[in-house]
Design a protein around this ligand. Structure first.
Ligand code: ATP
Ligand code: MG
Length: 211
């Protein structure tokens, strides 16, 4: 019998990979580029890295890497292939689970489909050390789900005010609705360290006060 969603996460595999999820609220802040570069850097350090393109309806990772996947995650849901068939290899041997593009059914996966995807990912778990999840922008159920399944949640923001308010909105939903209260903050496109620290202080000022 399948365990209920709340009791499961992809860290329950026998030799669980470390799972780090990247999300942002606002789009275009650099999540996909950060995930791809980090994955390659980690692989160059000897880690076996897998990247899940969790921007399920609007795949980007394969595009950024100039790869043309034969299958995508939506083919797994149609039942024709397994996740292993979908995996493709990128630079430095990173493994990529490419998302479909223009597949609206993937935008809001049902509970059964999410469980199915987790089962399939668990099946891959023994072969990888680190799994990086590149989420879609926004605060959809899918984003919340992948954030919950991860051990570490990185919220990406830029010094732009709208990016900061959207990062706050994302954190607020995770705290209030899902009782998750540990986040790492990554400030991209900052001029320098003090610029990044300013964003960090702005954000923590409101999270500390209201959440
Ligand atoms: N540190 C950076 N300096 C300059 N340009 C950057 C930096 N990080 C990302 N970019 C550029 O910003 C744009 C958006 O990046 P990217 O697609 O990685 O963002 P994203 O958060 O994944 O977007 P989406 O929310 O649409 O998935 C790209 O053109 C990328 O090249
Ligand atoms: Mg992206």
């Amino acid at each position: 019998m399948k365990r209920p969603l709340a009791e499961r996460d992809i860290t329950t595999a026998k030799h669980p990979p470390r799972v780090i999820s990247f999300s942002s609220g606002k789009g275009g802040v650099g999540k996909t580029n950060i995930v791809v570069n980090l994955a390659i850097a980690m692989a160059d350090l000897g880690q076996r890295v897998m990247v899940l393109d969790a921007d399920l309806g609007l795949a980007n990772i394969d595009v950024i890497l100039g790869l043309t996947p034969k299958y995508t995650i939506d083919n797994v849901f149609s039942g024709y292939v397994t996740l292993k068939d979908v995996l493709i290899e990128g630079p430095s041997g990173i493994l990529i689970l490419p998302a479909g593009s223009g597949v609206t059914e993937l935008l809001n996966l049902g509970e059964g489909e999410k469980l199915f995807l987790l089962d399939e990912i668990e099946g891959l778990g023994n072969d990888i050390d680190i799994m990086l999840i590149d989420n879609a922008a926004g605060i959809s159920e899918n984003v919340m789900y992948f954030n919950l399944a991860a051990q570490q949640r990185v919220v990406v923001a830029t010094p732009e005010p709208t990016s900061i308010t959207d990062a706050y909105a994302l954190i607020k939903v995770m705290v209030n609705k899902y009782k998750v209260n540990t986040f790492s903050l990554l400030i991209n496109m900052a001029r320098d360290e003090s610029d990044a620290l300013k964003v960090f202080r702005q954000l923590t000022l409101v999270t500390d006060r209201f959440l």
